[in-house]
Design a binder for this molecule. Structure first.
Ligand code: ATP
Length: 727
């Protein structure tokens, strides 16, 4: 093997996951890597700093995508835990009409981006205006969770005895919607910083998405996907008043007020309790949100599982219940749906749910969901957090616990609770802990088994899931180090096969079951379509051996199988490599075939062809494996070569590429074109030369080693002209 050849062979046949991801960037990983790159930049700023315990709760800039923190049943709230039947009917409210602005007020301008956002939010006809309620409730819930954390960590808190609650009041006469919490409140600086600017990547990403004109039709769904937080109040209100008092002892209270048109006023205030009260003065077409029954429905829909009690007009409106600790048979589909919507911050249904409880080897109470919707570019991005919250005895340890599941399972949403996890587990410990590693392993195995079972139980539903989420499995294979685990993930892969009808898919396991005794290789062929796979010269060359071949229509599938290497003690091999390695096909002609060139003619033709093709080929031989094709190209490790050409060698000259590839041209000595070329080389060497070059290019195209055939068009034209002259 030439040194240069060895280099690319080694580089591509032993690449690791990150190299593989890089390799695929410029190839047709179009649906994946560019998305990955595009989103990477977007998120890198917000995620780069190491964050402390409860970071996602404490950090104001937590992006919402794809999930918001899950703040359920924390220790403080467990005493309020109640089932729907047990909801307290006693009237209880903290909402009073004591708050007033006092003294002079300062007028401020919203930051340009905020104005832009307000404009979009206020003027667009979003179908789901009600989401503003969810946004406000979740802001309140965050503020309460932060307060709980500050208390736990010994901070001085004003009015410590005030319970942590959210209250909502509707006023049909005044046409107002009011929400009040007893959370951390805001200082003047925080008001200026948080309600005047957009520092949050969620909203920034939202704006960027909107700027993408191609997304015109999906604008209304974008708001659901991103949420625009507090500013969503201007969808329904023509004036919003905020009264707030920080939890810090001795804090001054403030009133913030705006009509959403570009300016807001801040003044000091009196009669304000710790926390935040927001009064939305509803627009004419939004008076419905001053009606209790409407709000009851919305709270139930989005916020039933918020981890603090919500009171609506003095009555309890939500359930604070740790669903994952219940017996699976007691959790209804409706409860799953509601819970999924709450933790996923989404509107659809889960397509799968897995309620997994075990006491060995670890205590685990967990609930996982797979969304019905197809993954978005944010779900695809490897920068996106795993959508699973980690609890210990119903106390939230971390809202987005990245280490609880491997990154490739980030599309799963859910909750994991384990009594074995200490409450004071820091983020650093979380990363390195053996316990978490064990937890991750147990959960991953269980989830993999779940998908394998689902595929058996309902293949049609699995097929849909695979079409939507199968890319994550491929990523799982190339980013997982342990071969056993990789093979477990590979059980989920599906491909078309030469032995099955078009449209039917097979698993690797099923392929194995069809193998004849003693066979140890699973063959595959990468081709853009079934038609091209079935008419491929490589497939033709192996047809006589009656081998089953998996057809891979996505170029990255070839990389994934190459990277996987083995499955269930069987080798995974492309048929192109099988042909290259085939020692039985000697460089001789079939002397009994009357249509074939004889040995001397073949030798003659080979010498002549070498003089025409020069450095384009390393070797020329005849083969008995072809029927309908005049020739094929074989190179060592064809799949790697193709990807190497598209990536590392992309800007090298054609000569340089071919020198590195060292292709072998294999001729079919009984093909009419080859036989004719042999005659023409003496009678019309110019035409024969054009034919030789064209056949070579065709073979290279069939091998996927020439992607743009336009370079050869001029020659093809001369060839046609010369051929027509003969008529
Ligand atoms: N009820 C509240 N109590 C205390 N602070 C609040 C409250 N509501 C909003 N804030 C502050 O205002 C900031 C902006 O809120 P907003 O809802 O616009 O975005 P967010 O919640 O940070 O982000 P996102 O909506 O993308 O999750 C919050 O991060 C928080 O600091």
């Amino acid at each position: 093997m030439a040194a240069s050849m060895r280099t690319w062979f080694q580089a591509t046949s032993t690449f690791n996951a990150s190299q593989l991801l890089r390799l695929t960037r410029s190839s047709s990983f179009v649906r994946y890597v560019p998305i990955y790159q595009a989103t990477k930049a977007q998120f890198s700023t917000s995620r780069s700093q190491p964050a402390p315990l409860h970071a996602s709760v404490l950090r104001a800039g937590t992006p919402r995508i794809p999930q918001r923190p899950i703040l359920l049943a924390s220790s403080r709230f467990l005493s309020t835990e109640a089932t729907s039947e047990e909801v307290d009917d006693d009237y209880h409210t903290i909402i009073k009409d004591t708050e007033r602005g006092k003294g002079p007020s300062d007028t401020h301008e919203f930051q340009a981006e905020t104005r832009q956002l307000l404009d979009i939010v206020a003027k667009s006809l979003y179908s789901e205006k009600e989401v503003f309620i969810r946004e406000l409730i979740s802001n309140s819930s965050d503020a309460l969770e932060k307060l709980r954390y500050f208390e736990l960590t010994g901070a001085q808190v004003d009015d410590k005895e005030v319970p942590l609650e959210i209250h909502i009041a509707t006023n049909d006469d005044k046409k107002t919607f009011t929400i009040q919490d007893t959370g951390i409140g805001l200082t003047k600086e925080e008001l200026l910083e948080n309600l005047g600017t957009i520092a949050r990547s969620g909203s920034k990403a939202f704006l960027e998405e909107l700027a993408d004109k191609s997304k015109g039709d999906v604008r209304s769904s974008l708001i659901g996907q991103f949420g625009v937080g507090f500013y969503s109040t201007f969808m329904v209100g023509d004036k919003v008043d905020v009264y707030t008092k920080s939890y810090q002892p001795g804090s001054t209270a403030y009133k913030w007020s705006s009509d959403g048109s570009g300016k807001y006023d801040i003044s000091e205030a009196e009669g304000v309790q710790r926390g935040t009260k927001i009064v939305v003065h509803l627009k004419g077409d939004c008076y419905d949100y001053a009606k209790e029954d409407i709000i009851t429905e919305v709270v139930k829909k989005y916020s039933n599982f918020v981890g603090v009690p919500i009171y609506l007009n003095g009555k309890r409106a939500n359930i604070v219940q740790a669903l994952w600790t219940m017996e699976p048979r007691d959790v209804t589909e409706d409860m799953h749906e509601e819970f999924y919507r709450y933790i996923g911050n989404v509107y659809d249904k889960p397509r799968y749910h897995l309620h997994y409880k075990t006491d060995a080897p670890l205590n685990i109470r967990s609930l996982f969901y797979v969304p019905e919707y197809k993954p978005t570019m944010f779900d695809m991005s490897r920068e996106t957090d795993v959508g699973v919250a980690l609890y210990s005895r119903k106390v939230l340890i971390m809202a987005r616990a990245n280490h609880v599941l491997p990154k490739w399972l980030r599309f799963m949403k859910g909750v994991v609770d384990s009594e074995d996890i200490p409450l004071n587990l820091s983020r650093e410990l979380l990363q390195d802990s053996n316990l978490i590693r064990k937890l991750r392993q147990v959960l991953t195995n269980r989830i993999l088994k779940f998908f394998v079972d689902q595929a058996k139980k309902n293949p049609l539903a699995y097929r849909e899931f695979y079409d939507d989420y199968g890319l994550f499995f491929r990523e799982g294979i190339v980013t997982t180090a342990e071969q056993d685990q990789r093979e477990d993930i590979a059980k989920l892969l599906r491909f078309e096969s030469s032995k099955l009808n078009s449209g039917e898919l097979t698993s690797l396991e099923e392929y194995g079951e069809r193998m004849k005794a003693g066979e140890r290789t699973i063959y595959f062929l990468s081709a853009p379509s079934r038609q091209l796979a079935e008419t491929s010269p490589y497939f033709e060359a192996l047809k006589k051996r009656d081998i089953e071949v998996l057809f891979l229509y996505e170029p990255y599938d070839e990389l994934v199988l190459m990277n996987l290497g083995q499955f269930d003690r069987k080798n995974l091999k492309s048929i192109e490599n099988e042909l290259y390695d085939d020692k039985e096909d000697t460089d001789t002609v079939d002397e009994n075939d009357a249509n074939s060139l004889n040995k001397a003619q073949a030798e003659d033709l080979k010498v002549w062809l070498k003089s025409v093709l020069l450095n384009k080929v390393n070797n020329i031989k005849v083969t008995k494996r072809l029927e309908n094709h005049p020739c094929i190209i074989t190179v060592m490790e064809m799949g790697s070569a193709r990807h190497f050409l598209r990536t590392t060698l992309a800007d090298k000259s054609q000569d340089e590429r071919l020198r590195l590839l060292q292709p072998t041209l294999e001729l079919n000595p009984s093909h009419p074109l080859v036989v004719k070329m042999n005659t023409l080389k003496d009678s019309d060497p110019v035409l024969a030369g054009l034919l030789a070059e064209q056949l070579y290019d065709n073979a290279m195209m069939n091998a996927g080693l020439i992607e743009d055939p336009r370079e050869g068009l001029a020659r093809l034209q001369s060839l046609l002209e010369r051929a027509l002259e003969k008529i």
